[in-house]
Design a binder for this molecule. Structure first.
Ligand SMILES: *Cc1c(COP(=O)(O)O)cnc(C)c1O
Length: 239
């Protein structure tokens, strides 16, 4: 059983959440968008279940994690506590972790190669679940952070849409390092629009983190993935 977060910690998270919600509201107002179009995903990696319970009590419904070894036990603990949460897997995913991830995740944001589509589909069918998949788009040429080049996205999207057990949700990206985020998010928006032209149901655009959620919302993000701004800094060795 998770220890309850202390009162001080709960207050800190509450204040941080209010600031993040105000930023989302301001970015939506500036873009002429309805804040109801933007879902806040609290990225809880490295933080304890007690913090997730605080977020859930404050109305957060969506949480994200990037490593299966950490996410699987945390999701199980939250389920045992009866917290009504939707889990998003946002990290690079190895094929051999697909069976575990489909048990708790509703959405996988990091689909970037055909083998992963096949593995997730097979494991989702075996688990009797339908997993929403986002195609992760690489917005720069730098290797290592995952993501498919924009030119590979249409074929991956078609593969997900054709795979029983998977539903195509849309696209995801991480802003490249060392360039302003807004033009990168504009490129993502173009990729998203091309996907939507073929698959009208695939409306999700997962973009924006603590440092750049405002620019992402300006360029059409429907899901922002926020860790540090909600929960504070992580140890520096955790990406
Ligand atoms: C950790 C992480 C986030 C959250 O980043 P912050 O800068 O802490 O808000 C978002 N997306 C992915 C894929 C992550 O791994």
């Amino acid at each position: 059983m998770a220890a309850a977060a202390g009162q001080g910690r709960a207050e800190e998270i509450s204040e941080r959440l209010a600031r993040v919600r105000a930023r989302i509201a301001a970015a939506c107002a500036a873009a002429g968008r309805d804040p109801a179009e933007v879902t806040l995903i609290a990225v809880t990696k490295t933080f304890p279940v007690s913090d997730i319970a605080v977020l859930a009590r404050l109305g957060v419904t969506d949480v994200g994690e990037n490593r299966d070894q950490e996410a699987a036990p945390k999701a199980a603990e939250c389920a045992a506590l009866g917290l009504p949460l939707r889990w998003h897997f946002v990290g690079q995913l190895q094929v051999n972790k697909a069976a575990s991830v489909v048990r708790y995740a509703s959405v996988v944001h990091s689909v970037d190669r055909p083998r992963l589509v096949a593995a997730l589909g097979a494991r989702a069918r075996a688990a009797g679940r339908v997993i929403t998949c986002l195609i992760q788009v690489s917005l720069d040429a730098a290797p290592g952070r995952g993501g498919a080049p924009p030119a590979a996205v249409p074929a991956l999207a078609a593969a997900v849409a054709a795979e029983e057990g998977l539903a195509l949700g849309g696209v995801m990206a991480i802003a490249p390092l060392g360039e302003p985020p807004r033009p990168a998010f504009r490129r993502l928006r173009e990729v998203a629009e091309r996907v939507r032209a073929e698959h009208p149901e695939a409306f999700m655009v997962s973009a924006g983190m603590s440092g750049d959620l405002d620019e992402a919302i300006a360029e059409g993000a429907t899901h922002v993935r926020v860790g540090t701004a909600l929960l504070g800094g992580r140890p520096s060795f955790v990406r």
